[in-house]
Design a protein around this ligand. Structure first.
Ligand SMILES: *Cc1c(COP(=O)(O)O)cnc(C)c1O
Length: 413
């Protein structure tokens, strides 16, 4: 049995060092609490980066997984399967979309979206209709195409891997005039996050998204909403586009979709789906029965007024409590975001110190996230119990108090 003892040091020994994980190792979770190897308990405000939408080991997900595990795991794309058909019906009946392409991650969903747009552009017959417009600070994944659509601003994400796919133009987020200046007949797609997640929890202005919709209509470009982070109830709507009333041509979803089981999807309409014909795109695992069964159960659970309204209630609860903490400690310039995608943006004088707060929170028994160097981010389970929010905020307050003390000491030194 491969259940021999391992420790955090082994990470440095055996794993390619693209991550710098915390110095404890989580070993089990239940709801919004997890425990490490030393049996120390943590409140989980990170939710596996907006993934564990039902927390840990939720019976709905566990039952779907174990039931499917005894039936059929994988058959390959020479066959379809019942769970994937059910999931496709759920996604299309509850969104603008008519057709779904399944894959395993957010990057793959965006890769499919950008490839589809290039193909639609080619099929249009307009010469050179391959241009993609994307936004500064965006994050779309780590394949070479999606990493090129993301940023710029994080050169280590893309420039180190040049030559990059070309034809991608970046302009400032929420700057409609800048977008207008670069969208034209040669544009095949505009890709945008309704709320920039990794870029600092920055919501798009409604006029910005409406304007992009109009420009895409005017020039025959696909409007792609990257809802990998904002999707599946995260903002209190099933998808964030529903809050804005702006309907994309393509939507990508992953993270929370499987509640922790890897799955992604690209949603589009009957107008554009046929441009991907047999053999033009594909995947080995995408739409596999195991992933689809779990995603179907998670999606059904989340897509109810109780759960979605619960997300909004929790947002208000967090926001009120965080603003109160901030009145006391004066660390954050603003608390922003929608639903349970919440960003606490640091005052300028604490620029670059989000990671320090995050580490202190970990020591106090709270899992939190950052979104860039200046924002502490929370993306907890959509059904986190209010008692766990209270306890987590108590721990967060202890971390903030220590942070303030450390800042004073540094200034005095
Ligand atoms: C996380 C994320 C991705 C990438 O998803 P992976 O599953 O890591 O490939 C893409 N877009 C957004 C908005 C994300 O938050």
């Amino acid at each position: 049995m491969n259940n021999f003892a391992v420790s955090r040091n082994d990470f440095n020994e055996w794993i390619v060092p693209v991550f710098a994980p915390a110095n404890f190792i989580p070993v089990r979770g239940e709801g919004s609490r997890i425990w490490d190897q030393e049996n120390k308990e943590y409140i989980d405000f990170a939710g596996g980066i907006a993934v564990n939408a039902l927390g840990h080991a939720h019976p709905v997900a566990v039952n779907a997984l174990t039931e499917q595990a005894t039936k059929l795991w994988h058959v390959g794309n020479g066959y379809t399967n019942e769970p994937v058909l059910r999931l496709a019906k759920q996604l299309t009946e509850n969104t603008f979309a008519d057709k779904v392409f399944f894959c395993n991650s957010g990057a793959e969903a965006n890769e499919a979206a950008l490839k589809l747009a290039r193909k639609v552009g080619l099929d249009s017959g307009v010469a050179g209709k391959s241009g993609i417009v994307a936004f500064n600070n965006a994050f779309h994944g780590r394949t070479l195409f999606t990493v090129s659509a993301g940023g710029p601003g994080q050169p280590k994400y893309s420039q180190d891997f040049a030559p990059l796919p070309n034809g991608i133009n970046h302009v400032a987020f929420n700057d409609l005039e800048a977008a207008k200046a670069v969208i034209n007949e040669q544009t095949c797609a505009v890709i945008v996050e309704p709320i920039q997640g990794e870029g600092g929890v920055i919501p798009a202005d409604i006029e910005f998204l409406k304007g992009l919709r109009e420009l895409c209509d005017q020039f025959g470009a696909l409007l792609i909403f990257d809802e990998v982070q904002t999707g599946v109830g995260r903002t209190g709507a099933l998808y964030a586009y529903m809050n804005y009333g702006v309907i994309p041509d393509v939507l990508t979803t992953a993270k929370a979709l499987g509640g922790g089981f890897p799955v992604g999807a690209m949603l589009t309409t009957d107008r554009f789906a046929p441009h991907f014909s047999v053999g033009t795109h594909g995947t080995t695992y995408g739409g596999n029965p195991l992933a689809s069964a779990v995603a179907g159960a998670v999606f059904e659970f989340i897509n109810t007024p109780e759960v979605l309204n619960g997300v909004k209630e929790r947002h208000d609860y967090y926001k009120k409590a965080l603003n109160q903490l901030n009145e006391k400690y004066e660390i954050f310039e603003t608390i922003r975001g929608e639903g349970l995608l919440i960003g606490c943006a640091l005052e300028d004088k604490f620029a670059g110190k989000a990671k320090d707060i995050n580490n202190l929170a970990g020591e106090e028994g709270l899992l939190s996230l950052i979104a860039g160097p200046n924002v502490v981010r929370f993306t907890p389970s959509l059904i986190i119990p209010f008692a766990d929010i209270d306890e987590g905020l108590k721990r967060f307050e202890r971390a903030l108090a220590r942070f303030v003390e450390i800042q004073k000491d540094e200034q005095a030194a």
